[in-house]
Design a protein around this ligand. Structure first.
Ligand SMILES: *Cc1c(COP(=O)(O)O)cnc(C)c1O
Length: 488
């Protein structure tokens, strides 16, 4: 190194801390303003071409500086979000986040701890969040768990433990190819596609995923399930797992989890529950019956970024048998050696309970938020969203132009605009057009699904900002848009 550069080694810390601090304070003020005024903006807006082309610029070689980068964020990114923080955003199943959650992300960003293992306070935070999750969901206190990016990863981990535990031989070293017969898994036709992804990733193959039909309430048909299992057994297949739904993605239906738990036990199958959003009905004594039996699952997947309103990303999987969970992911290597003392002495190495090694400190926002509000507030919000779904269903029932397309079991409402003179195919097109117009107008953001051949406008309420009035606005907008389109 040249003499004049001594003591001037490079770093990514600011040259002028005060300048960045001032920018940081401005960013914080701007973001509070942004959150406080969310209701005044459209729930979504299309991006102009100028915005799209801004993201086609070449790789920056020379610095532009933090101020300039932030200015571009404001101009080209901030105003074109997915929009799920908005009170009238009810597409797919999206969480809305909180202002304190935003601050929590800043705190964990400052610490920038990686949560693979070792002895440090963030590990204790994650352990506590997992304990609290068990308490919220009435799950076995001896269970193990790990925070993950979301429900998809939680389902994958649960099903990996299921496969390894129920294969009946050492699948981890010998591999699925050495299995004399095919493993089969059972779930309803309404099951989320992350289960299919997991089944495919695990080498089981989606052909071995038995999609059991549902009843009129979109719940798995227990008789059809039992028949499928006994037929498979008679044909020499090896049934290994039943997946139950605590809240289906299409209609918010809950499978009869008590019966699924019983069948799993009597047939010696692993019982996995996908409770991505619906698990949190367990918080409410009024709604707890929906997920009854969930606590008997061998593994339970759920999201904290949906109906617990935490900032993305955070999901969790719990596994009743902690040893089986650990055995599935524990691979001893020299570079992760434990010591009796010092930083590598921690007992809990989360990397041995999942797929990822480096992991973010996602536990912090959960821990801080639950402390901020207390769990009773979350219970009330879950109940409020379910009440809003019922309220919307009542608005639909009251209008001759609206038709409910599925029973409202929890927080999802599927409906459509109807008029006497149109057949089903024309109604499908009309309702798709209504959805697109709602999006483009920014009034509200529903998503869509198809139920029994009927195209549905789908409203999934995992939003702590929605008010009753928002559902009046939605119903009104659907009716007005539909009427305008048919009179056209
Ligand atoms: C959202 C969802 C998933 C997937 O969870 P991600 O957090 O998006 O990965 C799985 N199952 C159901 C029922 C869901 O609603």
């Amino acid at each position: 190194m040249d003499k004049e550069n001594l003591g001037k080694e490079l770093s990514l810390d600011p040259e002028n801390w005060n300048q960045l601090r001032m920018l940081g304070h401005k960013m914080l003020d701007d973001m509070f303003e942004y959150l406080q005024t969310v209701r005044e903006r459209p729930a979504w807006q299309p991006m102009p071409n100028e915005v799209r082309s801004h993201f086609k610029t070449p790789l920056p070689v020379e610095p532009q500086g933090a101020e300039q980068a932030y200015q571009e964020f404001q101009q080209y990114i901030l105003n074109y979000p997915l929009g799920n923080i908005h009170p009238r955003h009810w597409a797919w199943v999206l969480g809305s986040g909180t202002p304190f959650g935003m601050l929590a992300e800043m705190l964990s960003g400052a610490m920038n701890s990686s949560l693979f293992g070792a002895d440090h306070a963030p590990i204790l935070v994650e352990e506590q969040v997992i304990e609290w999750s068990k308490a919220m969901l009435y799950y076995d206190t001896e269970a193990s768990g790990v925070l993950v990016t979301g429900g998809s990863m939680a389902n994958l981990i649960g099903l990996t433990v299921a496969r390894n535990s129920k294969a009946g031989f050492d699948i981890a070293s010998r591999g699925l190819q050495k299995l004399p017969t095919s493993l089969t898994l059972y779930c309803s036709t309404e099951t989320h596609n992350s289960i299919r992804k997991a089944v495919e990733l695990l080498g089981i193959g989606s052909e071995s995923m038995r999609l059991i039909p549902v009843d009129r309430d979109f719940r798995i048909r227990i008789d059809a399930l039992q028949k499928a299992i006994s037929e498979d057994k008679a044909s020499g297949y090896q049934p290994f797992c039943i997946v139950g739904n605590a809240g289906t993605v299409n209609t918010g239906a809950f499978d009869d989890l008590q019966s699924l738990a019983e069948i799993s036990r009597s047939e010696d199958l692993w019982f996995h529950v996908d409770g991505a959003f619906g698990a949190f009905t367990a918080l409410s004594t009024k709604l707890k019956h929906l997920s009854s039996g969930m606590e008997k699952a061998d593994s339970l997947a759920f999201d904290l970024h949906k109906w617990m309103f935490m900032q993305y990303e955070v999901g969790c999987v719990l596994v009743r048998n902690a040893d089986k969970h650990h055995q599935t992911f524990d691979t001893n290597v020299a570079y992760l050696k434990r010591f009796n003392r010092g930083i590598a002495s921690g007992s809990k190495w989360f990397s041995e309970y999942g797929i990822e090694l480096s992991r973010s400190f996602r536990a912090l926002k959960v821990w801080l938020s639950i402390k901020e509000h207390g769990i009773d507030k979350y219970r009330m919000l879950v109940e409020q969203n379910v009440d809003q779904a019922r309220y919307l269903a009542a608005l639909i029932a009251a209008s001759p132009n609206l038709e409910l397309l599925a029973p409202v079991a929890s927080n999802i409402v599927c409906f459509r605009f109807i008029t006497r003179d149109l057949d089903n195919e024309r109604l499908n097109d009309l309702n798709a057009e209504i959805i697109m117009r709602l999006h483009e107008s920014g009034v509200a953001v529903p998503s869509a699904t198809t139920l029994n051949g009927k195209f549905a406008i789908r409203i999934a309420i995992t939003n702590h900002r929605s008010c009753r009035e928002d559902f009046n606005i939605l119903a009104q907008a659907v009716i007005e848009t539909g009427r305008r389109l048919i009179n056209f």
